[in-house]
Design a protein around this ligand. Structure first.
Ligand SMILES: Cc1ncc(COP(=O)(O)O)c(C=O)c1O
Length: 375
């Protein structure tokens, strides 16, 4: 921030400038100081361009990203209102970009901003003008995904619960994780050849796919394995992953956290810095309440929220014809999803553990068999 301010201060306030930055940094899992950057932008007359590619679908009560998350309650209360909320961090950022890939599971991307800003980008951006537009089927898939995630916060919550658990268990085994407040779990290896060897061993000997991240993606000496923990991973899959990492660290004699402490630390590991507070706090995760998300066990069916499915499905009424809406009767719920692209999903009318009270009706879909934890 000091460096940014000194650069901004070199120019008169009226000289056009733009601060381009990310919210979640994908390789280390840190989160940019969005509010503070907006303050500087105001002070020095700069536009702000925020890349939320690694945050959309994963943060915020409606999945819009970290900028939304920073005013969680206000945005939650706003529900489906399309209007900006004055004074919120999200409203202060001039341009936000996100992807429809990654968390949303489709492909493509978007920018959001004022009408004039969006119009300007549409008119001048070669990447937009000279590119084949996205196929309707892709846009429909992305649309359904965005609407579903906006309606249902449970996937976001459970993912963070699982991330916390994996981080906790790695710490208990003295396996070094680059500290961060986000869902990214970077396991420090600190050597390019070792990181590649660890990735190969995990795949060949434990059937787990985790990419090694080497230079130039990270600085030399800060090579790592980047784990991707999802809401669909089961307790047993986590056990397998943790056991495999422990074995590989021992086999290859990779530095543990205590080893890094002894040599003064690296990449934020073992450097005596306070562990950042997770971006999702306990209250936002519903922890300590009957609605707390619960990690799946092998063979258990993942929760799919019927209300959210029906809202998403409703967006396509014009193309597919209307379907019934979910209510408390199983038969009606079944009717509500008949014909949707959800064949094979099962309905349950209650979920136990109180989650029904929070999010209403659920469907269940089979959890895939244990497999790789992809990076
Ligand atoms: C920070 C960041 N911004 C933008 C992108 C581009 O997103 P997409 O591949 O969905 O266009 C990526 C990676 O793909 C990324 O890591």
């Amino acid at each position: 921030m000091v460096d940014l301010e000194s650069k901004l201060a070199q120019y008169p306030k009226e000289t056009p400038k733009i601060i381009a930055f990310e919210s979640v940094y994908s390789m280390c899992g840190s989160i940019g100081p969005i509010k503070e950057i907006c303050d500087l932008a105001e002070q020095y007359g700069a536009l702000t361009f925020l890349d939320e590619v690694h945050a959309v679908g994963l943060y915020g009560p409606r999945g819009a990203g970290v900028a939304e998350h920073l005013d969680y309650d206000a945005h939650k209360a706003a529900g489906n209102s399309p209007h900006p909320i004055k004074g919120t961090v999200m409203d202060r950022v001039d341009i936000i970009t996100g992807t429809l890939g990654k968390a949303y599971g489709a492909v493509g991307g978007y920018i959001a901003g004022s009408d004039d800003m969006v119009d300007m980008i549409r008119s001048y951006a070669p990447g937009f003008i000279f590119t084949t537009s996205l196929p309707p089927v892709t846009v429909a898939g992305a649309h359904a995904s965005v609407v579903y995630q906006k309606e249902y916060v449970g996937d976001r919550q459970l993912k963070q619960v699982n991330v916390r658990e994996v981080k906790r268990r790695l710490a208990a085994l003295d396996i070094p994780v680059v500290p961060g407040p986000s869902h990214i779990v970077p396991v420090l290896v600190g050597d390019a050849a070792l990181a590649k060897a660890a990735s190969d061993k995990l795949l060949a000997e434990h059937n787990i796919y985790v990419q090694s991240i080497n230079y130039p993606t990270v600085a030399r000496g800060e090579e790592r394995l980047r784990l991707t923990v999802t809401q669909r991973h089961t307790r047993e899959q986590m056990d397998t992953l943790i056991g495999a990492l422990d074995t590989v660290f021992t086999d290859l004699q990779i530095n543990r956290l205590s080893d890094w402490v002894r040599v003064g630390g690296r990449a934020g590991v073992g450097m005596n810095e306070a562990e950042p507070e997770p971006m999702w706090n306990d209250k936002q995760l519903g922890l300590g309440t009957p609605a707390a998300p619960r990690t799946l066990r092998d063979g258990e069916r993942a929760v799919v929220d019927v209300k959210a499915v029906n809202v998403a499905r409703g967006r396509f009424n014009v193309l597919l014809g209307p379907v019934g809406t979910a209510n408390t009767a199983t038969s009606t719920v079944n009717k509500g999803i008949d014909g949707a692209a959800l064949a094979g999903m099962k309905i349950r009318t209650g979920t136990g553990a109180g989650t029904a009270a929070m999010i209403g009706e659920k469907m269940e879909i089979p959890v895939p068999p244990p497999q790789a934890v992809a990076a």
